[in-house]
Design a protein around this ligand. Structure first.
Ligand SMILES: *Cc1c(COP(=O)(O)O)cnc(C)c1O
Length: 219
C-alpha cells in the first residue's frame, strides 16, 4: 500500500466514525527499513515517524533532520533508563513509559534538560508475561504517579496479543484512558488501524503497510 492509500483509508474511517478528518496522527513506523524507503516517504512530505530502538534511531534521524525539517519522532519500543536521556533529546514523544523507575528518571532528566517529550503510558492489556506495559489493574495508580511527577502524560498505548481480537484491547485501553482523563490513544498497527480509529485511536502506528515487509528480523 502507498502512503496516500493509508491516509485516505484513515480519512474514510475518521469520517465514518464522526471524527474530524485529519485528526488522527499517522506514525510511519520506520524501524529496520532501508533508508531509501524512509526517504521516499519523507519525499512525499510525511514527517511523523516511529522507531523501536533508541540506538537505531540515533543512527538514522539526526542525518535526515539536516535535510527534512519539522520531523515528529516517536519512540514506540521499550526504553531502558540508561538510554532515557538520548531518547528525550531525539524524540518528540515516548509511547513506552511503563514503570516507576523509568518515570522517575524521565522526571529528573526533564528538570535537567528543561524539556520533556509527550508521554504515553504503555498498558499490557493482554496481561502477557513477555510483554512490556503496566497491568490494567495497576494503570490508574501508575498514571497518578506520573502526574504527581508533573510528567506530560498525553495518553495510553497498547500492543494487543497477536492471536486475540484487537478491538477488545482497544476498547479496554479507551476505557482506562477515559477514567484517567487522558485523551491520547496510541493504538492500531498495519493490520488493525481502522478498527483502532473506530474505537478512538488518536495515534496509529503503521509500519509494514506503508514501507512493505521489514527486510531484517527485528531481534
Ligand atoms: C513494529 C511496530 C509497529 C508497526 O507494526 P506493523 O505491523 O508493521 O504496522 C507498531 N507498534 C509497535 C510498538 C511496533 O513495534
Amino acid at each position: 500500500m502507498s502512503l496516500s492509500e493509508i491516509t485516505s483509508r484513515i480519512s474514510a474511517v475518521e469520517a465514518a466514525a464522526g471524527r474530524t478528518v485529519g485528526s488522527v496522527k499517522l506514525i510511519a513506523v520506520s524501524k529496520v527499513q532501508p533508508n531509501e524507503r524512509v526517504e521516499a516517504v519523507l519525499e512525499e512530505g510525511h514527517r511523523c515517524f516511529g522507531e523501536n530502538r533508541v540506538q537505531e534511531a540515533i543512527g538514522k534521524w539526526p542525518d535526515f533532520s539536516d535535510k527534512y525539517q519539522d520531523l515528529d519522532l516517536h519512540l514506540i519500543g521499550p526504553l531502558q533508563t540508561n538510554k532515557a536521556r538520548q531518547a528525550m533529546e531525539l524524540f518528540n514523544s515516548i509511547h513506552s513509559v511503563d514503570r516507576p523507575k523509568l518515570a522517575n528518571t524521565i522526571a529528573r532528566l526533564a528538570q535537567e534538560i528543561g524539556n520533556c517529550p509527550d508521554l504515553f503510558v504503555q498498558i499490557n492489556t493482554g496481561e502477557e508475561e513477555q510483554k512490556a506495559g503496566v497491568m490494567p489493574k495497576d494503570a490508574d495508580a501508575f498514571v497518578a504517579e506520573c502526574k504527581a511527577l508533573d510528567l506530560p502524560v498525553k495518553g495510553l498505548m497498547c500492543i494487543p496479543p497477536v492471536e486475540e481480537e484487537a478491538s477488545l484491547h482497544f476498547a479496554l485501553l479507551a476505557k482506562i484512558a477515559a477514567r484517567n482523563g487522558l485523551e491520547g490513544l496510541s493504538m492500531g498497527m498495519s493490520s488493525d488501524f481502522e478498527k483502532a480509529i473506530a474505537l478512538g485511536a488518536t495515534h496509529v502506528r503503521v509500519g509494514s503497510a506503508i514501507f512493505g515487509a521489514r527486510v531484517k528480523p527485528e531481534e
